[in-house]
Design a binder for this molecule. Structure first.
Ligand SMILES: Cc1cc2nc3c(=O)[nH]c(=O)nc-3n(C[C@H](O)[C@H](O)[C@H](O)COP(=O)(O)OP(=O)(O)OC[C@H]3O[C@@H](n4cnc5c(N)ncnc54)[C@H](O)[C@@H]3O)c2cc1C
Length: 435
C-alpha cells in the first residue's frame, strides 16, 4: 500500500475541537506519546476555529495555549476515513496518506448542523447557519448583506451575533420552539452562571433584532439566487426580503467513525462509561458524539477521556461532578430544541430531500426504510454519504441509518485501491501513472 507516512501513538485523538484538544493536552501531561488529527487547517473545531486572537474566549485562549505547549504531534488537514485493521486508522490529506497506529483512541469528532428540506432550500445563498458563519470566518464578505437566521437551537443566536459583528444586517431570527419552552429554558439557565453571562452578552449584541419564537422558514424564493424567504410566524406567513438565509435545526452528532469502529450506540449517540470508554476496548469518546452539550461539556469529557486513556483514573474521577452538571444542560437543550412534529410538513411533494442525488420527497414516500430508499433511489449515496439527508429522513420518516461502511468520507481512488490486494497496481496501470 502506498502510504506516505506511518506514525504510532500511545494515544491518538481524532478531532481537534474543544474535546479533542482537552483529551490531547491531558494525555500529554502524563508523558504519553500523543497524536491529534483534524481535517481542518487548524485546531479549534466548530466553535474556536478561525477566530482571531482578539475574538477568542478565555477558554479558547487558554486551551489553544496549552495545546501549543503540549508535546502533541498534530496532523491538520487530514481526514480519517478508514480502519484497515484493529489499532490502525488511515487519514487522507491533500497530498498524503497517513497510517496512524494507536494503543488508545479518543474519538472527538463533534457534530454538524441538521438541515430540513423545504421548498427552495437548495437555492444559492440558503446555507447552514454554522456553515455561513464558517464561510464568513474564511473571508466571505457579509457587510451590508441581509441575513435571515432561522431554525432552532442556541447556535442561531451565536451565528446572528457573529454575523452582525461582521457588518451583516439581520432582519429577523426565527426559532421554532415556543415562547413557553424558551421561558423554561431561560429559567433553567439560572443554574449555570457561565451561560447567564453568555446569554446577557448575546442579548446586548442582538439588541434591536426581531426575535420570533413559534417561527420557521416555509419557503425560499429567488431566480438565480435567494431573494426572499417566507416565514411562518405564530401561524401567519410573511415574506422577508434577504440576501442569505442562515438555517439550521440544532445539531446531530458525527458518529460515522465510532459506528465504523463498532462502538455501541444508543439513541443516535455513542455509549460511554464513567471514564468515557466506549464498548470497544481501547476506544474512548468525548464531546458531541456522546450528546449535544456545548463547549463546557466537550472540555470536561475530553479531559476525562485523555486522563483515562493514560490510566489516570483517579485524576479523571475528580472531574465527574463538573461533567454531571454540564450533562444536565444537555438534557435542557434536548427538551427545548426538540423539533415540533409540524415541521414534517415542510417539504412539498417535489422538494429535493437528497440534494447530492436529486431525490425528491415523492420518490421517498413509497419506501419503508432508509435501506430500501437507498437501494431504489440512491438517496444518501452521494458525496455527503447521507450526512445531510440521513438526519432529515430520520425526522421525516423515522428511518434509522443502517451500518456504516468504509470509507466514512470520500477518499481518493488511489488510496482506496491501496486497500484491496492487487487493485493498486491495476489502478496505476489504468491511470498510466508511475506512483
Ligand atoms: C457548524 C457549527 C458551528 C458552531 N458554532 C458555534 C458557535 O459559534 N458558538 C458555540 O457556542 N457553539 C458552536 N457550535 C457548537 C460547538 O461546536 C460545540 O458546543 C462544542 O464546541 C463541540 O466540541 P467538540 O470538540 O465536541 O466538537 P467540534 O468542535 O465539532 O470538533 C470536532 C472536530 O473533529 C473534526 N473531525 C470530525 N471527523 C473527523 C475525521 N474523520 N477526521 C478528521 N477530523 C474529523 C471536525 O472537523 C472538527 O474540527 C457549533 C457547532 C457547529 C456544528
Amino acid at each position: 500500500m502506498g502510504k506516505d507516512s506511518h506514525h504510532a501513538f500511545e494515544v491518538l485523538v481524532v478531532g481537534g475541537g474543544p474535546a479533542g484538544i482537552a483529551a490531547s493536552v491531558r494525555a500529554a501531561d502524563y508523558g504519553a506519546r500523543v497524536g491529534l488529527v483534524d481535517d481542518n487547517a487548524t485546531s479549534g473545531g466548530q466553535i474556536w476555529r478561525g477566530a482571531s486572537e482578539g475574538q477568542h474566549s478565555q477558554d479558547a485562549t487558554r486551551w489553544s495555549g496549552l495545546l501549543r505547549a503540549a508535546d502533541v504531534t498534530k496532523f491538520y488537514g487530514k481526514r480519517v476515513f478508514h480502519q484497515p485493521e484493529e489499532g490502525v486508522l488511515l487519514a487522507e490529506g491533500n497530498d498524503e496518506l497517513c497510517e496512524l497506529r494507536y494503543r488508545h483512541l479518543v474519538l472527538a469528532t463533534g457534530a454538524r448542523e441538521r438541515f430540513l428540506p423545504f421548498p427552495g432550500w437548495t437555492l444559492p445563498n440558503v446555507m447552514g447557519a454554522g456553515g455561513l458563519q464558517a464561510m464568513v470566518k474564511s473571508g466571505l464578505p457579509i457587510r451590508g448583506k441581509r441575513v435571515v437566521v432561522a431554525g432552532t437551537g442556541p447556535l442561531l443566536l451565536a451565528v446572528a451575533a457573529y454575523l452582525r459583528r461582521q457588518g451583516a444586517e439581520i432582519p429577523t431570527i426565527c426559532e421554532q420552539a415556543s415562547w413557553s419552552t424558551l421561558a423554561r429554558f431561560g429559567a433553567g439557565l439560572l443554574a449555570y452562571p457561565g451561560k447567564i453571562v453568555q446569554a446577557r452578552q448575546l442579548k446586548k449584541e442582538l439588541a434591536g433584532i426581531l426575535f420570533a419564537a413559534n417561527s420557521w422558514p416555509v419557503a425560499a424564493h429567488g431566480g438565480q439566487r435567494l431573494e426572499s424567504v417566507t416565514i411562518s410566524r405564530s401561524g401567519r406567513t410573511e415574506a422577508v426580503p434577504c440576501d442569505y438565509l442562515a438555517c439550521g435545526f440544532h445539531l446531530v452528532p458525527n458518529v460515522e467513525l465510532p459506528s465504523l469502529l463498532g462502538c455501541e450506540m444508543k439513541g443516535g449517540y455513542v455509549q460511554v462509561d464513567d471514564f468515557q470508554r466506549t464498548s470497544v476496548k481501547g476506544i474512548l469518546c468525548a464531546g458531541e458524539p456522546t450528546g449535544i452539550g456545548g463547549v463546557e461539556l466537550a472540555l470536561v469529557e475530553g479531559q476525562i477521556a485523555g486522563l483515562a486513556a493514560v490510566g489516570e483514573t483517579e485524576q479523571a474521577r475528580k472531574l465527574f461532578r463538573e461533567r454531571q452538571k454540564a450533562r444536565r444542560f444537555t438534557n435542557m437543550l434536548d427538551r427545548t430544541f426538540r423539533l415540533r412534529a409540524g415541521l414534517k410538513n415542510l417539504p412539498a411533494t417535489e422538494t429535493i430531500v437528497c440534494r447530492c442525488e436529486d431525490v425528491p420527497l415523492s420518490r421517498l414516500r413509497t419506501h419503508a426504510s432508509w435501506r430500501s430508499a437507498k437501494l431504489h433511489t440512491r438517496c444518501g449515496m452521494g458525496p455527503c454519504q447521507g450526512r445531510v439527508c440521513g438526519p432529515a429522513t430520520q425526522f421525516l420518516f423515522g428511518w434509522n441509518p443502517d451500518s456504516v461502511r468504509p470509507p466514512v468520507f470520500p477518499a481518493r481512488v488511489e488510496n482506496l485501491a491501496g486497500l484491496i490486494p492487487g487493485a493498486e497496481a491495476e489502478h496505476r496501470a489504468i491511470s498510466g501513472g508511475s506512483q
